[in-house]
Design a protein around this ligand. Structure first.
Ligand code: HMG
Ligand code: MG
Length: 297
């Protein structure tokens, strides 16, 4: 089994979308440019959703246009529908991500649609993307629990993941949106999905609300997953997921992986510097334990 893990850095999108203080586009652009110099291969840059729903990312077109596109780095963006896809394409996005959930209640709050309705909206996005040679990632949220519905049956996660894959999504990211999962459940969920969708097409996406994210990632690595989503400085959360805190910090994931002898291609020192810089911009202490330890006075 490969020793290499691809980190999908979601800080500029998942990390910032829940920040109440509006950040200047210039700060977001600098963040992405700094991340591009760390060796990360995938940086989710922004979101072409409704600006009424997520005001922080209303500047998506400006940010995407201005960032330096480093060779060998891909900059996917989130799109909820064809309108978002068209906005993303106007500024030259070459990879997009669609998103739905395993829980009906969460989907209604997040994108004002049932699971079926959301997938109907994705059909024309995938058709256009296929014609345009644009790769599409698919997110499934609430895979280990929903803030509105509570428990989410594993069978529902499997069904939605399978549908997104059959629709043409090249990678399915399984999201513990509110960070309630624990390792044995994370492992069982991943194993069930991997019985229907190839492991090579799966990624895991943990929020760290209950401090379980690294343990969950380790369990999923042991199952064979090799793509892990995380956010520099552990920022983030979904504005439509009550009580959810940030993603697991990229610095902490990279530290753990390197400590296990796995490769990521990421320069941890540069990532830590970027995490510390972002925390300063946001005026809050970093949520990354590694960045705290490395930058302590
Ligand atoms: P709606 O209000 O039902 O949409 O929202 P609508 O189609 O009825 O349109 C209403 C208005 O929105 C119209 O404008 C449209 O033009 C506009 P008006 O005529 O009123 O001026 N509109 C758009 N504008 C710009 N870009 C667009 C777009 N689409 C419609 N793409 C909608 C439905 C999906 C648009 C809305 O609910 C939405 O944008 N939701 C996004 C919520 C979001 O971004 N949540 C966070 C991301 S998901 C997440 O964080 C989880 C994840 O990290 C994984 C995990 O952790 O589990 C991925
Ligand atoms: Mg998320």
């Amino acid at each position: 089994m490969s020793n290499h893990v691809r980190i999908v850095e979601v800080g500029p999108r998942d990390g910032l979308q829940n920040e109440k203080t509006l950040l200047a586009a210039a700060v977001k652009i600098e963040l992405i440019n700094r991340l591009s110099d760390t060796g990360l291969a995938t940086i989710e840059a922004t979101s072409f959703v409704s600006p009424k729903w997520v005001p922080q990312l209303a500047d998506a077109a400006e940010v995407f246009t201005a960032i330096r596109k480093a060779p060998g780095v891909v900059y996917p963006v989130l799109v909820p529908n064809l309108q978002g896809y068209e906005r993303a394409r106007e500024v030259g996005a070459t990879e997009v991500a669609v998103f739905t959930a395993a829980s009906e209640a969460f989907n209604q709050k997040n994108i004002n649609a049932s699971i079926d309705e959301s997938i109907e909206r994705f059909v024309p996005v995938l058709e256009r993307a296929c014609a345009d040679g644009v790769a599409v990632r698919g997110y499934v949220s609430t895979v280990l629990g929903c803030p509105y519905q509570g428990d989410v049956p594993v069978a529902d996660v499997v069904r939605v993941a399978k549908r997104l894959h059959a629709l043409g999504c090249h990678e399915i990211s399984l999201g513990d949106t509110i960070g309630v999962g624990t390792p044995a459940r994370a492992r069982a969920m991943l194993r069930a999905v991997a019985s229907e969708v190839p492991m090579a097409a799966l990624a895991v996406h943990f929020h760290d609300t209950y401090g379980q994210a690294l343990a969950n990632i380790l369990a999923c690595l042991e199952e064979g997953v090799r793509v892990v989503d995380s956010a520099v400085s552990g920022t983030g959360g979904c504005p439509y997921a009550k009580g959810a805190t940030g993603n697991v910090a990229s610095e902490d994931v990279v530290y753990m992986l390197h400590g296990m002898g796995m490769t990521t291609g990421v320069d941890l020192d540069r990532l830590v510097q970027t995490g510390a810089w972002l925390a300063e911009q946001l005026g809050k202490e970093t949520a990354s334990r590694v960045t705290r330890a490395r930058t302590a006075a």
